[in-house]
Design a protein around this ligand. Structure first.
Ligand code: ATR
Length: 268
């Protein structure tokens, strides 16, 4: 039996073992998938021990994604652009490949929900690690324009400067016009806060997507969008499933079905 696991701290809340065991069962793959708590400063040793003992790959979550990026012998373009790795794979020659499936998982879910992407004007709220991880996969969908708005304006500007003129960075009070799709990539929903975006801007969107999700309730941002009657509103649960599917496919060469997973695991 091939061994996989998710590594992070905390880790007991992670749904990854449930998802991957479900995928394995559905696709007839013989594997086990565990959880490994990583104590501060021990990521490299923990991963190397796991691979020495039969581990073939792993997912990496907070706060170890940068450590995984540094540890990988080679990186996908998505991992390079994100500056972070959420999936490691032991290759045939024993080297370690690092990928980041978060952003492609998001795009997978946005397409499933028929959210505007190609030729769309897209607003990304936040310029931290989460925002950085989704830019390249969204750009691949040929949007008309991406505006990154952030509380610390300089972070939005330096992130946007890594990409073509299609990507612009600004502060919240500089936002103007209408956006087809608004993605909340700030951590505001974690603390029940809202980014300071005017209602008029949210109201005009066709779709609002919050990268966060909560097992028990709507996120503050999706709640806000629903109250303003935005036609399509979604939290990041589908992104979680999407990134897991893409990791599984990288390891096993088969792609699990999205709909059956979301039906089984959607918390509310
Ligand atoms: P993550 O990896 O989740 O992106 P991060 O890198 O710490 O975490 O980034 C958090 C993002 O949420 C940042 O864009 C942050 O804005 P700043 O760069 O100005 O700090 C944003 N954020 C967090 N709390 C916020 C708040 N109350 N209002 C607006 N933006 C907030």
């Amino acid at each position: 039996t091939d061994k996989y696991a998710v590594l992070g701290n905390p880790i007991e809340h992670s749904m990854s073992p449930l998802l991957h065991e479900f995928f394995a069962q559905k696709t007839g793959q013989d594997l086990s998938y565990g959880r490994i708590l990583v104590e501060t400063g021990t990521f490299e040793k923990t991963v190397r021990d796991f691979f020495k003992n039969g581990g073939r790959g792993c997912n990496v979550t907070v706060p170890c994604k940068l450590d995984a990026y540094k540890l990988a012998d080679s990186l996908s373009d998505y991992a390079k652009a994100a500056g972070a790795v959420n999936t490691l794979k032991v290759m045939e020659d024993g080297s370690i490949y690092g990928d980041n499936t978060d952003g492609r998982g998001l795009v997978y879910d946005l397409k499933r929900l028929s959210c505007p992407l190609a030729d769309a004007r897209i607003l990304i709220i936040g310029a931290g690690g989460a925002a950085k991880g989704i830019l390249l996969p969204i750009l691949n969908e040929a949007p008309k324009e991406i505006v990154i708005a952030n509380r610390t304006v300089s972070k939005a500007q330096s992130l946007s400067s890594l990409y073509s003129d299609k990507v612009k960075g600004c502060g919240f009070d500089e936002l103007e016009g209408s956006f087809d799709l608004i993605i909340n990539a700030s951590s505001t929903s974690l603390s029940g806060e809202l980014p300071p975006i005017k209602d008029e801007i949210i109201e005009k969107a066709q779709a609002v997507y919050d990268l966060m999700y909560s097992k028990t309730a709507l996120t503050t941002f999706t709640q806000k969008a629903l109250s303003l009657n935005v036609p399509k509103v979604s939290d990041g649960f589908g992104m979680l499933i999407g990134q897991a599917i893409l990791s599984f496919e990288l390891w096993r060469g088969v792609k699990p079905d999205f709909d059956s997973a979301i039906k089984k695991f959607r918390p509310c």
